[in-house]
Design a protein around this ligand. Structure first.
Ligand code: PEP
Length: 259
């Protein structure tokens, strides 16, 4: 009965669909992609955001003005300002109307050496400045096959909780992104994804039950127009973080409608 109450409560949480464009953009492509998304937003009740590369934040800010589409960035520096050549701060991101920022994406962890400690600091920097971090966590294929999925998820998540405190999760969106599913076309099955999402929620619940119920946990990893509905229908999956399929307005909108 208690499970049912909690589940019905969670039914009221608005699904979130976020596009991660990664390093794919041009002024022309951004214009047609954003206008394409905007033209279909009337049928979408999910919360939708697009995470653009830094140079395009300004262009997207202008294009989405007055709409419900939201803007996010894909990375940030932990410092507020100063001598950090080539880096971008949370305040700069906010200056362009962005409300969200991706932290801890597996590409940043594996290609740019971002440890869980760095990811925790970035999460805190985002929260301190009023940005909502989309905190990405997920295991590699090796880690899954050696039975370490829960240990990896637990290490990635608890490192953040230790630095920010559990209360900060009132303003954090988690994205469970199994590394083996990102950009590979090998989507996690709804059962595989739901099992890890439930593990993540239980982990949060061990610190604070109420915050655990309210924290949105998105799935990411080869989500597309064909599999989005099945995945988002799982009780602990609150939306999606979309890479490849976020680059085509039509595909992205279908996922948003599933949400
Ligand atoms: C991502 O990079 O966050 C992602 C989920 O990519 P894709 O949808 O292409 O697997």
């Amino acid at each position: 009965y208690l499970q049912f109450i909690l589940w019905s409560y969670r039914m009221n949480i608005k699904p979130i669909v976020a596009g991660n464009w990664k390093m794919n953009a041009s002024k022309d492509a951004v214009k047609s992609l954003v206008n394409g998304i905007l033209s279909g937003m009337g049928d979408v009740s999910a919360e939708v955001l697009v995470c653009a590369p830094f140079p395009y934040l300004s262009q997207v800010e202008t294009l989405i003005s007055g709409s419900s589409l939201m803007l996010g960035a894909q990375n940030l520096n932990v410092n507020v300002s100063g001598a950090f050549t080539g880096e971008v701060s949370a305040e700069m991101i906010k200056d362009f109307g962005a409300k969200h920022v991706i932290v801890g994406h597996s590409e940043r962890r594996s290609l740019y050496g971002e440890t869980s400690e760095i990811v925790a600091k970035k999460t805190k920097a985002a929260i301190d400045s009023g940005l909502t971090p989309l905190l990405c966590i997920g295991e590699s294929l090796d880690q899954r096959e050696s039975g370490n999925t829960e240990a990896v998820i637990s290490e990635q998540l608890t490192t953040v909780v230790r630095l920010t405190g559990i209360e900060a999760f009132k303003n954090i969106i988690i994205a469970y992104e199994p590394v083996w599913a990102i950009g590979t076309g090998m989507t996690a099955t709804p059962e595989q994804a739901q099992a890890v999402h439930m593990f993540i929620r239980n982990l949060l619940a061990s610190s604070n039950q109420d915050i655990a119920e309210k924290t949105p946990i998105l799935y990411g990893g080869s989500m597309n127009a064909g599999n989005a509905l099945e995945l988002i229908s799982c009780p602990d999956i609150d939306g999606g973080l979309i890479g490849g399929a976020a680059l085509k307005a039509e595909d992205f909108l279908q996922i948003c409608k599933a949400g």
